[in-house]
Ligand binder design. Sequence first.
Ligand SMILES: [Zn+2]
Length: 490
Amino acid sequence: MNASLHSKNTSHPQKSLRALSTIPIALLAAFALALMLPATMRAQLDASARQLSREIFQQLVEINTTDSVGNTTIAAQAMADRLLAAGYPAADVFVGGPTPKKGNMVARLRGTGARKPLLMICHLDVVEARREDWSVDPFKFLEKDGYFYGRGTSDIKDGDAILMTMMLRFKKEGFQPDRDLILALTADEEGGDFNGVDWLLKNHGDLIDAEYILNPDAGNFESENGKKLLLGIEASEKLYADFTLEVTDKGGHSSEPTANNAIYHLADGLVKLQHFQFPFELNDVTREYFKRKAAIQVGETGAEFIAILKTPPDQTAIAKLSESPFYNARIRTTCVATRLEGGHAYNALPQMARANINCRILPGHSAEEVRQQVAKVVDDPQISIAQRDPDRAPTKINPTTQLGPEMISAIEKVRDQMWPGVPVMPEMDAGASDGAFTRSAGITTYGVPGVFGDINDDRAHGRDERTQVSDFYEGVDFYYRLVKILSTKN
Ligand SMILES: [Zn+2]
């Protein structure tokens, strides 16, 4: 199957080359490359790989893994069964979790041990989805008009299916990597109290010990109306922290107001915070991001990217980019009021006023450092400021991860084979992923989606979630190629 497809398609460019012999060599080379590309892609992703990946994808979408009524153990066990049936030894396939419904799966393909293992993490759980909110059944896998529909088709059961297919193909081929390849499919990334990555780190660190990690559920492979724009690799992310600002007072009768009103104290503090901006700061990842993005960004914004990279950075450009919530979040720590409560009766002076501040902290800074900064800005000893739930989220300083040369060259190599000319871009996510746990534990982590998504059609967490069929199969091909490069010494 492979061989016949390959030879059939490569005959075309040769014929074309002879006919077009007057055209400059460089142009011909590009032309020939463009013609040959689909052939190489199809040669790799044969019908059986397509079918296998689709079957796994369907199976996973149709196992409900929501926090409310779902069960990740069933999905984890189903994937473990596939690996065992394919010849993975029982000792290399683990299913376990803190509760019966919150199982995780870890599988290992043994390599020569020349290098430290490579770990891939991807969550099995999905966001809640109600049948009445959707136009189709969210837990029935459906292919329609070039899309796969169902909860998890873009977040992130596509990634689970892609990585599972890769592990099964490697085993079938007898591929021996030069390092162990570990796959961890986990619970409770979207919600719930039993984050699987956190649980594995704390309870089975030996199972997932690795030189670095790939996570398909971070970063952005962006496309727009079928045009592929960029390959965004998440090389860093901000740290998440909530703070409770609280004022208490003895209260009293509202007919005789006092100067010490808890609501006014809190409101004054919040207004000060509203007008405060954390300082502009770039790191290795965002610096490289703005440098590379400037090359493809049209108009004034591109010039602003270059201006903020100067020493000293251009203040006008910083101010301009700060107007965009997207860019503002990438050049500074942010804190914003998200919840408010207070008072206990319409006719009483408030005994309590409380607000929640949600902060997204730049790598290299700690939650405690930000808490102290907020206290300085609010500048009111009556307002207490405490981090909410400090034990739940990773609270250590999030180290900046550099886009390592091995990783960037491997991704560019696959890019050249599959999507020539599409720029590779290191990114720092403003939001948090499971990478927060692994980075906090000191393990270098890269968010590498593999699957393109249209920037105007992101339905993750929403209704009628979907992924384009061709993008999914290209993701299957992409990960197979990338991990092979990363586990083969050349
Ligand atoms: Zn996700």
